[in-house]
Design a protein around this ligand. Structure first.
Ligand SMILES: Nc1ncnc2c1ncn2[C@@H]1O[C@H](COP(=O)(O)OP(=O)(O)OP(=O)(O)O)[C@@H](O)[C@H]1O
Ligand SMILES: [Mg+2]
Length: 324
């Protein structure tokens, strides 16, 4: 859907490329997360996709079409691509309604349609349209502003969304909630999304695919599981941190590890140590610690389907994490 082929960017006056020979592909309906330290080129990549920055080399294709093609009008291109800019970027002297309605008004939608769309979007991102529509950005909390930023990017229902640290300006609790809500929304919307973050945990949680960058270079890309199982080098290992095994267990569903049996041991029933088949294996560990037990039962709805033991978890970690 979006293809970058050996893309370079050297800014005028600089000798070091901000982005150096980057190639990868983002499939339709996927969330691709770019992660890496400050200055590694994440924002530059997003801005080359919607042509706010022109590459100095290579090609970018959207749905097989060169973004740099003379026939492609950059303004029209940008209307097809929702953009949540870093630091939110709401216009301070315009109300929430005016901010969200920006692109639909540019597209000259009838006012009635715009009004319905704004209301619908504000509700979609979890805001009370009645309450916030006429407010100005400074009258909102950080979390509310980020929601308005997402609503604005979704306004014209673009197939592609570029999201630059969309949940960066809020505390970890609000952030977790925004992430969960957005993932739920994406299940229905199925947009093709480029998502930038500094935070590897956010990348693992949000990404179908992760692109790890450092100093303008692509260091590694793959699914969260691929990256956790096989970090390419010390830079990636360092980024993942010391709790790699825990992160792997968060990505593994209990049903993948369950030993199916109808005979659920007494101790499990006595201690009420159960998890759900859809829970991450991490949850099994938590229950083991809480109930001081080395075995948990696994339920699928109301049905008991089997057990997971501490030994099963250890074996699983050894198998998937290898010697890395
Ligand atoms: N308009 C510009 N002119 C000159 N240099 C620029 C410009 N924009 C970005 N750069 C440089 O390009 C490099 C990459 O910047 P970029 O903003 O893409 O990084 P980033 O990964 O988004 O960082 P952060 O996480 O801090 O947002 C940096 O060295 C930056 O100084
Ligand atoms: Mg940036």
């Amino acid at each position: 859907m979006i293809v970058l082929d050996k893309v370079d960017k050297v800014f005028p006056g600089s000798t070091i490329p901000a982005v150096n020979q980057i190639s990868f592909q983002i499939d339709e309906g996927n969330i691709c997360v770019f992660v890496g330290p400050s200055g590694c080129g994440k924002t530059t990549i997003l801005r080359m996709i919607n042509r706010l920055v022109e590459p100095t080399g290579g090609e970018i294709y959207i749905k097989g079409k060169k973004v740099s093609d003379k026939e492609v009008n950059p303004d029209e291109l940008r209307r097809e691509i929702g953009y949540v800019i870093q630091q939110i970027g709401l216009m301070p002297h315009r109300t929430v309604e005016q901010n969200v309605a920006l692109v639909p008004r540019l597209l000259k939608w009838p006012e009635e349609k715009i009004s319905l769309r704004v209301k619908e979007l504000l509700e979609t991102v979890g805001l009370d349209a009645e309450e916030v529509s006429r407010k100005y950005p400074y009258q909102l909390s950080g979390g509310m502003m980020q929601r308005v930023g997402v609503a604005r990017a979704l306004a014209a229902d673009p197939p592609i969304m570029l999201m630059d640290e969309p949940f960066g300006a809020v505390d970890p609790i609000v952030r977790g909630r925004l992430q969960d809500e957005f993932l739920r929304l994406q299940k229905a919307l199925k947009k093709t999304i480029c998502f930038v973050t500094h935070d590897i945990n956010e990348a693992i949680k949000m990404g179908d695919h992760i692109v790890i960058m450092n100093k303008g270079e692509l260091v590694q890309h793959g699914t969260p599981m691929e990256i956790l199982c096989n970090p390419a080098n010390y830079f990636v290992k360092d980024l993942i941190g010391t709790d790699r095994e825990i992160k792997l267990l968060e990505l593994t569903k209990s049903e993948e590890l369950v030993t199916r049996t109808k005979n659920i041991p007494e101790q499990i029933i006595e201690k009420d140590s159960f998890i759900l088949a859809i829970d991450p294996v991490q949850r099994a560990l938590e229950i083991m610690m809480k109930k001081n037990s080395d075995l948990v039962g696994v339920r699928d709805g109301a049905e008991m389907i089997g057990t997971i033991s501490w030994e099963d978890i250890k074996k699983h970690i050894n198998m998937i994490s290898g010697d890395n």
